[in-house]
Design a binder for this molecule. Structure first.
Ligand SMILES: Cc1cc2nc3c(=O)[nH]c(=O)nc-3n(C[C@H](O)[C@H](O)[C@H](O)COP(=O)(O)O)c2cc1C
Ligand SMILES: C=C(O[C@@H]1CC(C(=O)O)=C[C@@H](OP(=O)(O)O)[C@H]1O)C(=O)O
Length: 386
């Protein structure tokens, strides 16, 4: 399975084509949209999210509610586009109004793609860069992940996420799966502890007031993935590596780890490796490694931690240089979120869902859903008795 996304942040729409889905998967636009709504929310988002009502439309590959095995095309219209008709229009530059040309961006924001993107593609208007480098694209990635979650649900594989810290304020509690499942969407910062949720909101407000931004850490959990997905035999088949690529490619994500993650550097081996036992199947007596050994799932929950840096657009901008005059200026200010960690946790969850679904479809015969379900069941039975 693979996908392509297209679309500029203030263009007419985002488009996704997903190729390689089995036939016979029950898929509705409403179910996908439900996941997109979660990404739209979250404390710290800017005004754009009040303009949009991210709603998915299915344009191909589904008939009477079921996938056909042909490419599935999804679109999400940008409601904000109507405010950008002249700026994002197709009229040749000579016909553009002087007013619009004044909105050319020449003062790159440190930490965003503006300067290097401009150098690389030889753009003089940095809007040509930011329109595509914007995390608007992550709405399309969530749409893909939502389809993947629906597919994985048919195989009893569940994926969810939560926020573990924002701006240094941590929700360090050890929570059961049931608690996380029940509480991760219960507040607008997606932490489990309500007192910490309020401290985080205050911290986001304080950063906003100071013209600053903050980042944080998120956790994605995958339950009931069968053992043996991925492979140890070659670098690009290792599932931990594939998940890491998928997650770090999300805008502003700078690090990923599994299970105990970077803490492992300070732990002895006896506290890191997970002892093996047998109880009508192979189990582990702990899950420090986060469900992955040798680039393969080991049957335990997969636990992915990921770090998002603070948003680069600052209302109190840092020093920059005007690319036309080469003079020192403050960077330009684009309308912006000041913290998008809660929204980004949803993106991360869906990026992991894509990698999981992709590896499942590689591993098992999957022209149609019944075949896939049967194959996964047979595999689970075999490894249980191995
Ligand atoms: C959900 C989400 C929302 C974001 N919103 C903004 C924003 O409003 N303003 C901004 O400057 N960056 C925002 N970012 C981050 C930038 O898109 C990102 O920093 C930029 O594309 C540069 O890429 P890099 O940080 O991965 O190097 C957001 C990221 C995510 C995941
Ligand atoms: C549009 C989304 O996020 C955008 C991501 C983003 C950026 O620079 O990454 C900048 C902002 O764009 P705008 O200037 O249009 O408000 C965010 O709103 C979204 O998440 O759907």
């Amino acid at each position: 399975m693979r996908f392509l996304t297209a679309g500029e942040s203030h263009g007419p729409q985002l488009t996704v084509i997903i190729e390689g889905l089995p036939a016979g998967l029950y898929l509705t636009a409403e179910a996908i949209t439900k996941e997109l709504f979660k990404r739209q929310g979250g404390y710290g988002r800017g005004r754009r999210m009040q303009i949009e009502k991210d709603t998915v439309e299915i344009m191909s590959g589904v008939r009477h509610g079921y996938t056909l095995g042909s490419p599935v095309t999804l679109i999400v219209r940008n409601d904000d586009h109507k405010h950008w008709l002249n700026i994002m229009g197709t009229a040749p530059i000579e016909q553009s109004a002087k007013e619009d040309m004044k909105r050319v961006i020449t003062k790159p924001r440190p930490g965003h793609a503006d300067l290097v993107g401009g150098m690389k593609y030889n753009h003089r208007d940095l809007r040509n860069v930011l329109e595509r480098s914007s995390a608007r694209e992550t709405a399309a990635r969530v749409a893909v992940g939502a389809v993947c979650k629906i597919l994985l649900d048919q195989l009893d594989i569940e994926i969810f996420s939560r926020v573990k810290s924002i701006g240094g304020i941590k929700d360090n509690g050890v929570y059961s799966v049931e608690t996380i499942r029940e509480k991760n969407d219960a507040n607008d910062v997606r932490v489990i502890d309500d007192t910490i949720a309020q401290q985080i909101r205050d911290s986001i407000d304080a950063a906003k007031k100071a013209g600053d931004s903050i980042g944080g850490e998120v956790e994605v959990t995958v339950l009931n993935a069968p053992a043996g997905l991925g492979s140890y035999v070659h670098y690009d088949r290792k599932l931990d590596g594939r998940i890491a690529q998928s997650v770090v490619s999300i805008n502003a994500f700078k690090g990923v780890s599994f299970g105990e993650g970077f803490k492992m550097a300070d732990m002895p081996g006896s506290a890191v490796q997970d002892p093996i036992a047998y109880d009508e199947g192979y189990i582990r007596l702990s899950n420090h490694l986060g469900g992955l050994e040798g680039g393969m799932t080991n049957g335990m929950p997969i636990v992915v931690n990921a770090v998002m840096k603070p948003i680069p657009t600052l209302y109190k901008p840092l020093q920059s240089v005007d690319i036309e005059t080469k003079e020192s200026y403050q960077a330009s200010i684009e309308r912006s979120d000041n913290c998008a960690v809660p929204a980004a946790s949803i993106v991360c969850e869906h990026a992991v869902a894509f990698e999981l679904a992709r590896v499942v479809l590689e591993e098992f015969q999957s022209n149609y859903m019944e075949q896939l379900i049967e194959q996964v069941k047979a595999h689970r039975d075999r490894v249980r008795h191995y």
